[in-house]
Design a protein around this ligand. Structure first.
Ligand SMILES: Cc1cc2nc3c(=O)[nH]c(=O)nc-3n(C[C@H](O)[C@H](O)[C@H](O)COP(=O)(O)OP(=O)(O)OC[C@H]3O[C@@H](n4cnc5c(N)ncnc54)[C@H](O)[C@@H]3O)c2cc1C
Length: 386
């Protein structure tokens, strides 16, 4: 492994885990790195094409079993997320939303018919899914959602709107969460259903290599069997978020590692005052502190992954991981930027792109403040959410 593996974590992985990591790393090197700066600058990404390529490698819903899914371990899935996000957080988002949010919701809460209809084509990337929980007026507090599901004979009628939905403008199916008389319910909504419209959110300064959109639901009529029969209450979408947050625990470190690798290479070759800037004590202090945080984050991710594989991972432990690793990854990206000087703000280097992306990662799937509240509640037994 690289110089950044300060604690020799590599031998803690199984051969299969290392193989999966290396395959994804090669895919990112071949397919993502040569183009991602352009995608980012243009604010466009070939999402469908990439989804098919990711699907071919078994990366979509890779930790799920059956229906064409790879059935990989949580650690293997985490390692894949780390490699994808070393390419760009937007690509890891594509895979996370597809596998951990949309597919997981159908896999865990859907009927057999819904699973057969959607999961095999989502696993190959032929069909793209999205996950609509956030609304324009309800983000951190989804319990207050305004989107309504009303029964009309045997059908359901959905009305409302979802905002900041990854993949929405390119999706074939949306898992939409709405409030019915009996509480929050989930629906698998084909995006070509009359009354469903999407609008792409432009001018994002972060996650520009990811498609994000708004979904408007105007008297959307759905048959009874569009409802996910196993999902009752807000705990259903929250369980999906726990899945996706777990991927972020690993993924964010991929962005940090890419920043640090770039910066190490830069600092050892860039000379000022007649010597490489890596030779200055102040630079080494930065590099050492960042490498220590990176490897601490990797240990944390690996520990959580092993807990997940043993079926013992709790949501508040995932909050510990997301809170720490995204916060540290962002701090690493910003610090790396300083070492690159003016080149740190250039798109010729990946550092500022990663830093900007991590601003979104800090906010989505529960903001860092929300994860502090989750951990605070675990510590004190007191809810400080409202
Ligand atoms: C690029 C991108 C992609 C996204 N993709 C998806 C997606 O696919 N599906 C989806 O459903 N959503 C998605 N989101 C939405 C994301 O999950 C929300 O932005 C996030 O939950 C925060 O909600 P908000 O933006 O409404 O902020 P708010 O909830 O308005 O929060 C604003 C600030 O107030 C703080 N705050 C809120 N409540 C409290 C409290 N009780 N105590 C202390 N501080 C508090 C927050 O921490 C934050 O700092 C995406 C967002 C982005 C940026």
């Amino acid at each position: 492994m690289t110089a950044l593996d300060l604690l020799d974590l590599d031998p803690s992985l199984t051969d299969e885990e290392r193989q999966i990591r290396d395959v994804v790393r090669h895919l990112v090197d071949d397919r993502v790195r040569p183009h991602v700066a352009d995608w980012y600058e243009e604010g466009r990404v070939p999402a469908r094409e990439l989804a098919r390529e990711f699907g071919k490698l078994g990366l979509l819903g890779m930790h799920l079993t059956g229906y064409g899914c790879a059935g990989a371990s949580a650690v293997a899935y985490g390692l894949a997320c780390q490699e994808l996000e070393a390419g760009d957080s937007g690509l890891r988002s594509l895979v996370s939303v597809q596998g951990s949010l949309a597919m997981y919701a159908i896999w865990r809460y859907g009927s057999e018919e819904q699973k057969q209809r959607w999961l095999p084509s989502m696993a190959t990337g032929e069909a793209i899914g999205c996950f609509g929980l956030t609304e324009p007026d309800h983000g951190s507090d989804p319990a207050s959602m305004a989107t309504r599901a009303r029964r009309d004979g045997d059908d359901w009628l959905l009305n409302g709107g979802k905002m900041w939905i990854t993949n929405a403008p390119v999706a074939d199916v949306a898992v939409i969460w709405a409030r019915a008389d009996e509480g929050v319910r989930g629906f698998a909504v084909p995006m070509d259903t009359p009354g469903v419209t999407t609008r792409e959110i432009r001018r994002k300064m972060s996650l520009r290599a990811s498609v994000t959109g708004e979904i408007v639901l105007d008297d959307v009529r759905l048959p009874a069997d569009a409802q996910l029969p196993g999902a009752a209450g807000l705990k259903a979408p929250l369980s999906c978020l726990t899945e996706a947050r777990y991927g972020i625990v690993w993924g964010s470190l991929g962005a940090a590692r890419d920043c640090l690798e770039t910066t190490l290479a830069y600092a050892t070759t860039r000379t000022q005052f007649g010597r490489p800037i890596a030779g200055f004590q102040l630079t080494q202090a930065k590099l050492a502190d960042m490498a220590v945080e990176l490897v601490k984050g990797q240990l944390l991710a690996l520990h959580l992954g092993r807990l997940a594989d043993a079926g013992r991972l709790r949501p508040d432990q995932v909050s510990v991981g997301k809170l720490n690793n995204v916060r540290e990854a962002l701090a690493i990206a910003r610090q790396c930027r300083t070492i690159l000087g003016a080149n740190g703000v250039s798109g010729e280097y990946p550092v500022m792109r990663h830093a900007n992306n991590l601003e979104s990662v800090l906010t989505y799937e529960g903001t860092s403040e929300i994860h502090q509240l989750v951990v605070g509640q675990r510590l004190t037994g007191l809810s400080a959410f409202a």
